[in-house]
Write a protein that binds this ligand. Structure first.
Ligand code: 13P
Ligand code: SF4
Length: 368
């Protein structure tokens, strides 16, 4: 047994042993390379675009939430999937892979503050009240940034998941099925998508899960979209003031933002789209062009480094990376790889939840 495996076998309470945190970066990197060589195709490491460079360098595939879900559904070979992203993404991978495949999240504390803004009890309570108001006219849609239990609820009620790359398609799809939608848990993605499809803000109500009430002034019959009152704590930090200051300081700069930003910010930006959309737009842009980006900082910094021929800044000069994405670092990746056999940090969704959550995910994948 190598000294690291002995170390790994000593870990307790699901917490990383201190020794991993003390290891020099070169030793950690060497260990990842060794394990990848040893396991070959038995191991697959997907990495979301918001992951740190020290981790993303080892990803076998990188992508936005949609691409990573598609890859998980297609990969039937890898025995160990070590997901470099956040908890709901690892759950999605577990739902979409087969029973022989095991999904790991290198740090179980890598959650998502937005996904935490909706739980299944709140969702069931909301549904009961909304059914009382609107009867059987609502289809639930949930952003993939939600728990597996919410995905299962949505699947069981005929709805689907969405990501920021296919939200428009999925909202259109939902309106072919029912008269109204309940969009969980990101009010901004829901509002931006519905508004881009031509719905008025006066056709959108907000569901407040804390007070268990609908926030809307007017006749409920006009409501087409019910937006769950949740948001991304990273993207809410881009403000109208950031846009105004950027326009004043750099009149020729284009502003590109993620649709998790508030409606006012998206409306003032030149363009908006998922992480993959942002990457592709900058890739296609003319050398010498100037861009302010409104999304997570690990990705913005990577785009800046990849495009020395363009002037690129963060739309908010004081932005930080997503703290939960950042929990996946090199020491946690190595610890996770070292402990695959004792199933440390394994993400397992129950068969009952998997069945219905898969319905919601498959409806999305079929339409993407
Ligand atoms: P996308 O990967 O769909 O752009 O989503 C961004 C995000 O916030 C993931 O948590
Ligand atoms: Fe969640 Fe926002 Fe972080 Fe994405 S960026 S994982 S939505 S908190």
């Amino acid at each position: 047994m190598s000294s690291l495996n002995i170390l790994a076998s000593l870990q307790t309470n699901g917490m990383i042993p201190e020794e991993y945190k003390q290891m020099p970066r070169e030793a950690l990197e060497k260990r990842v390379v060794e394990i990848k060589q040893q396991l070959g195709k038995r191991l697959f490491i997907p990495g979301h675009h918001y992951q740190k460079d020290e981790v993303i360098q080892f990803a076998d595939a990188t992508g936005d939430s949609l691409k990573l879900a598609q890859i998980s559904a297609e990969n039937t070979d890898a025995e160990f999937i070590v997901f470099c992203g956040v908890h709901f993404m690892a759950e999605t991978a577990d739902i979409l892979t087969n029973n022989k495949q095991k999904v790991f999240l290198p740090d179980m504390r890598a959650g998502c503050s937005m996904a935490d803004m909706a739980d299944i009890q709140q969702t069931e309570r909301a549904w009961e009240v909304l059914q009382g108001h609107f009867g059987d006219t609502i289809l639930p849609l949930t952003y993939v940034n939600s728990t597996a239990a919410i995905k299962a609820f949505v699947g069981a009620n005929g709805g689907a998941t969405v990501t920021s790359s296919n939200a428009e398609t999925m909202v259109k799809w939902a309106f072919d099925v029912k008269e109204r939608i309940l969009f969980l848990p990101d009010q901004h993605l829901g509002r931006n998508t519905a508004a881009d499809l031509g719905l008025g803000l006066d056709e959108m109500a907000i569901w407040n899960p804390i007070t268990n009430t609908l926030e809307y002034d007017g006749d409920y019959s006009a409501i087409k979209v019910i937006l769950w009152k949740g948001h991304c704590s990273v993207h809410e930090n881009f403000t109208v003031q950031n846009v105004v200051e950027t326009r004043n300081q750099y009149p020729n700069m284009k502003i590109i933002v993620h649709p998790e930003c508030r409606r006012e910010v998206v409306e003032l930006a030149d363009t908006a789209g998922s992480t993959s959309y942002i990457i592709n737009e900058i890739e296609k842009a003319e050398p010498g062009s100037a861009w302010a980006i409104g999304t997570e900082m690990n990705l913005v910094n990577r785009i800046i480094n990849d495009h020395p021929d363009k002037k690129i800044i963060s739309l908010n000069p004081h932005m930080c990376p997503c703290l939960t994405m950042n929990r996946i670092d090199l020491p946690h990746l190595v610890w996770s790889l070292d402990t695959l056999d004792n199933e440390n940090n394994m993400v397992k969704v129950s068969p009952e939840i998997t069945e219905n959550a898969k319905l919601a995910l498959e409806r999305m994948l079929e339409n993407s």
